[in-house]
Design a protein around this ligand. Structure first.
Ligand SMILES: NC(=O)c1ccc[n+]([C@@H]2O[C@H](COP(=O)([O-])OP(=O)(O)OC[C@H]3O[C@@H](n4cnc5c(N)ncnc54)[C@H](O)[C@@H]3O)[C@@H](O)[C@H]2O)c1
Length: 339
């Protein structure tokens, strides 16, 4: 049985990907500092799958922690999720973001090279495209990140690509996610953000369970059908299955770097998401309208055809399913994992 080391595997996308991998027969070990997650998330993954996985509590920037995980787990491949992910925080404190995300990636790559582990799938982001003008966005679109977070993703992509170029025994998948939402349909694992959620769906879910009074809705005068911004929301289990497909393709990709958009190719407006979540929760979900936020684009959605063509993967779950599953998680865990 093949083994994957999943950095950041206790986080939102990581936990769902652990489930997808384990259900496909992979052995999984997680390396996570738990700075934005808890070990309860790993217990919950084991509960969903019905078998255990090893958690190494440690930081990817700490060489001894990475060494230990690689030595003990002996993985065939690494999925690298660990990192900081808030766009506004990266604008407020750019050096912290560059240091954290780039050091994590570089320490990990050096340790992988020492251990002869040469397959990596990396959590990148649609943020690498920045204020993209051509829609839908394909992988060949120009990359010009609009914030430090997006730059840390683009520079990490470059670092990984250069490593593969330097040694053709390596292979890599750079996975550019659009807007992951939803949860495993069991309601046992889900998104559990620290502090005020930066994203639409977790914010609305906290309104639904009474943790927040109303949604601040930024921008109602965009040139879109209902005036609110359009985004490509992808069910986190579709995203998780995309990781499994990308990881399995690495086995026959020595010397290659593949870049994939993981999105649905469909766009929903903020008002459509609010309406779908009202339907799923039965909650009125009050919104207060504000002016547009600087840096937000009117519309962004993926051209996901390359992943379908090369990996045989597509994201098919609907917005209604995303809302249903997100609500299954949040209604069963109004305060998340920790409480
Ligand atoms: N969720 C999104 O909307 C989204 C979109 C695009 C890309 N991504 C990327 O996907 C990855 C996972 O995102 P997520 O939403 O699951 O975030 P998350 O914060 O829920 O998960 C990240 C995990 O990494 C851990 N971590 C952070 N820094 C670490 C370090 N240096 N060493 C070890 N562990 C560390 C955290 O404790 C957390 O468990 C991130 O790299 C993020 O940038 C997320």
């Amino acid at each position: 049985m093949a083994t994957a080391l999943v950095t950041g595997g206790a986080g939102y996308v990581g936990t769902h990907t652990c489930v997808a991998l384990m259900e496909a027969g992979w052995e999984v070990a997680v390396l996570d500092s738990l700075e934005n997650s808890s070990s309860a998330a790993i217990d919950a993954v084991a509960e969903v799958v019905g078998r255990g996985l090893r958690l190494y509590v440690g930081d990817c920037r700490d060489n001894s922690a990475v060494e230990r995980a690689l030595t003990e787990a002996g993985p065939d491949a690494v999925l690298h999720f660990a990192g900081l992910k808030s766009v506004p925080d990266s604008v407020a404190d750019p050096v912290r973001y560059y240091r954290h995300n780039l050091e994590s990636t570089s320490v990990l790559l050096e340790a992988m090279a020492r251990h002869g582990v040469r397959r990596i799938a990396f959590s990148s982001s649609a943020a690498v495209y920045g204020l993209c003008k051509e829609l839908p966005v394909s992988e060949t679109a120009a990359t010009r990140p609009a914030n430090p977070y997006g730059w840390t993703k683009l520079i990490s992509e470059q670092m990984i690509s250069d490593v593969v170029r330097s040694d053709p025994r390596w292979s890599a998948s750079l996975l550019r996610y659009f807007n992951p939402v939803g949860a495993h349909p069991s309601g046992i694992i889900g998104e559990d953000p620290e502090g005020a959620p930066a994203n639409l769906m977790p914010y609305l879910l906290q309104v639904a369970v009474g943790r927040r009074a109303e949604l601040p809705l930024y921008g109602t005068d965009y040139p879109t059908p209902d005036g609110t911004a359009l985004r490509d929301y992808i069910h986190v289990m579709d995203l998780a299955e995309g990781h499994r497909a990308a990881l399995e393709a690495l086995v026959s990709s020595a010397g290659q770097v593949h870049t994939y958009n993981l999105g649905t190719g469909r766009a929903s407006s903020v008002r459509q998401v609010v309406a779908a979540l009202r339907e799923a929760t039965g909650h009125p979900l009050p919104c207060r309208e504000f002016k547009r936020r600087a840096g937000d684009v009117a519309e962004l959605w993926a051209d996901p055809r390359k992943a379908l063509l090369e990996l045989g993967w597509s994201a098919d779950r609907t917005l209604a399913e995303m809302c249903r599953d997100a609500w299954a998680w949040q209604s069963a865990h109004p305060q998340g994992y920790r409480r």
